[in-house]
Design a protein around this ligand. Structure first.
Ligand SMILES: C[S@@+](CC[C@H](N)C(=O)[O-])C[C@H]1O[C@@H](n2cnc3c(N)ncnc32)[C@H](O)[C@@H]1O
Length: 220
């Protein structure tokens, strides 16, 4: 396991936050964010309750920079009632639907990262349609179904700047380990585009560096 060098105060908050980010993968995210943030903003697709945003935001606190994190805060399919990753405490009692935004806000405020981590509330596809800013680091951890994964591939990786990195979570080449869309519909097409080269792997996390083209250029 890669030792974490996230400052101790933030490590406690990252450990306490609700979410799906094992510590070795969080440490990887933190290292790459620290390396890339001096070159431009980072963007995360899939905020949930802010656990991974603490790892990236911690890097922004250390080296400067801004982390945008996008989520409609209504949860993915697997977060809905009756599914494996449902958490009843995240349901808005008045609306009867998931709302992870209040928990995210509290998590980031408690961690002292409100200056570094900026929430964008909405559908990833809607935001990507209007996005025009080159990214130093893109972390894709949104909807894990085929359609959301394809939409995230269409909408985001071409905004990674030359030398920037695309980090993808839950990449499982072996079906026995987990769902396929992040592997088949984001990771493989990114490599096939010829614009990205794999530079790091920890657990289900893959880090691809943009080695041809520049932000905004279409892929492949
Ligand atoms: C796996 S969770 C993110 C976990 C988070 N990165 C962490 O490590 O703590 C996926 C999140 O993506 C969000 N999501 C799914 N599809 C989305 C879409 N099309 N647009 C915006 N957010 C979406 C869900 O609401 C959910 O909170």
């Amino acid at each position: 396991m890669i030792p974490s060098d996230l400052p101790a105060d933030l490590l406690e908050h990252a450990r306490a936050a609700k979410g799906f980010m094992p510590e070795d993968e969080g440490a990887l995210l933190h290292r790459w964010a620290r390396d890339r943030l001096p070159h431009g903003p980072a963007l995360e697709v899939g905020t949930y309750c802010g656990k991974s945003a603490i790892w990236i935001g911690g890097a922004a606190r250390e080296v400067g920079g801004t982390v945008f994190t996008i989520d409609h805060h209504r949860g993915s399919e697997e977060n809905q009632a009756g599914w494996e990753h449902h958490d009843d405490t995240l349901v808005d009692p008045a609306l009867g639907v998931m709302d992870t935004l209040p928990t995210f806000r509290r998590t980031i405020a408690d961690a002292g990262l409100e200056e570094q981590v900026v929430a964008v509330v909405g559908r990833s596809e809607t935001v990507s349609r209007w996005w025009r800013t080159p990214l130093s680091l893109l972390f894709v951890d949104g909807g894990h179904g085929v359609e959301p994964a394809r939409a995230d591939f269409r909408g985001w990786p071409h905004w990674v700047m030359a030398g920037g990195v695309l980090v993808i979570h839950d990449v499982f080449p072996d079906t026995a380990d987990g769902g396929r869309p992040p592997y088949e519909d984001i990771y493989l097409p990114a490599l096939a585009s010829g614009a990205f080269t794999e530079v790091d792997v920890v657990g289900s996390m893959r880090v691809l560096r943009r080695t041809s083209g520049n932000a905004g250029d279409p892929l492949g």
